[in-house]
Write a protein that binds this ligand. Structure first.
Ligand SMILES: [Zn+2]
Length: 342
């Protein structure tokens, strides 16, 4: 970097490039801008992202990068909830306000509803939550029970995991399993064997947050294997490309799990671009970034591909209970023809 700068100031013939240099993005941005071209025309489906924690900038960038639909699993919010009303409001936002917010950016929003593993450890509250879950899982746009499973692998986690598997069976909904960060291999195996014990068809179960250690067993047993691409932790996208090279595309899907922590809502398009670069066939990329997630969650009967396959512009004047996302009918920034004033 420094070398280049001194070169520019000492060599006058480079002055005409100086303005260009000033506007040149950082190394990382340059790569992404370069990769963006490689995924032109691709459509992406992110089957795990916590949009309640994200901004409208994220929605704009996601739409621009080709993300046409998302699934938002119910999870914990970073600190324990203190009462049932917090759960009610959260579930309501997943089937209501967030769904509307997403639609304003042309992205179809689905969700999975469940009691997360962490808060399953508060037995009093967990009992109350179990009672209200049936009020939400049958709502429009709910494509599964999730994300449920193990965190610390406690007895209470197991109790509510089992109860929710029964609930999913009864409602004929797919199950989205969160596997633990600690002792992952054991937690993943335990989650799968309990699901089988309850008579669930593995092709109705999406096991999430896989890595190199768990993927083979998950696929061998007939489950879907989802992978979360996280900066610094979980799975990086270079490792993900290697997994697809090794295992192919069958029953594998990629997600961002972007939430309130360091995470990247563009993880899927970026990984797809990396795959294009590595020469992975386009039909394989489409499977792991779009088709497989649809195939798995459409079993809910809630996903109509025609809803997002061809994008219809959202009505910027639309309101949700009197509230607007686009504030006075502004069009999202990414619309090239918009009258957006910034
Ligand atoms: Zn999550």
């Amino acid at each position: 970097m420094c070398e280049k700068k001194s070169d520019l100031t000492t060599n006058p013939s480079h002055f005409e490039n100086q303005n260009k240099t000033k506007d040149t993005p950082t190394h990382m941005d340059l790569q992404w801008n370069d990769y963006k071209d490689k995924i032109k025309g691709f459509k992406f489906f992110d089957p795990h992202i916590h949009m309640v924690s994200r901004t409208t900038d994220d929605y704009q960038n996601m739409a621009q990068a080709g993300i046409v639909a998302v699934i938002e699993p119910a999870f914990w919010v970073g600190q324990p909830r203190t009462g049932l009303s917090s759960f009610k409001d959260y579930y309501s936002s997943l089937v209501g306000w967030e769904r509307f917010r997403s639609s304003q950016f042309g992205i179809k929003h689905y969700c999975t509803i469940g009691l997360n593993s962490r808060e399953a450890n508060n037995e009093r509250l967990a009992e109350e939550v179990m009672e209200i879950l049936p009020l939400y899982i049958y709502k429009e746009g709910v494509v599964g029970v999730g994300e449920i499973g193990f965190d610390d692998q406690t007895e209470l986690e197991e109790k509510y995991y089992r109860l929710q598997l029964e609930l999913a069976k009864e409602a004929k909904l797919p199950v989205q399993i969160h596997t633990p960060h600690r002792d992952k291999k054991r937690g993943t195996e335990r989650s799968m064997s309990i699901a089988i014990e309850h008579g669930l068809d593995p092709s109705w179960v999406i096991v999430d947050h896989n890595n190199e250690e768990t993927v083979k067993s998950v696929l061998d047993q007939g489950f879907y294997a989802a992978f979360t691409i996280y900066p610094f932790t979980k799975m990086g996208n270079k490792r993900m490309v290697s997994i697809v090279e090794q295992y192919g595309a069958e029953r594998i899907m990629i997600n961002s799990s972007a939430d309130w922590g360091i995470s990247d809502p563009l993880a899927i398009p970026k990984t797809a671009a990396l795959m294009v670069n590595r020469g992975i066939p386009h039909d394989v990329i489409r499977k792991v970034t779009y088709e497989n997630a649809i195939e798995a969650f459409a079993k809910s009967g809630q996903i109509q591909v025609s809803d997002f396959e061809s994008s219809t512009p959202s009505d910027p004047n639309e309101k949700f209970h009197g509230n607007s996302v686009l504030r006075g009918g502004q069009l999202p920034k990414w619309n090239q023809n918009s009258l957006y004033i910034d």
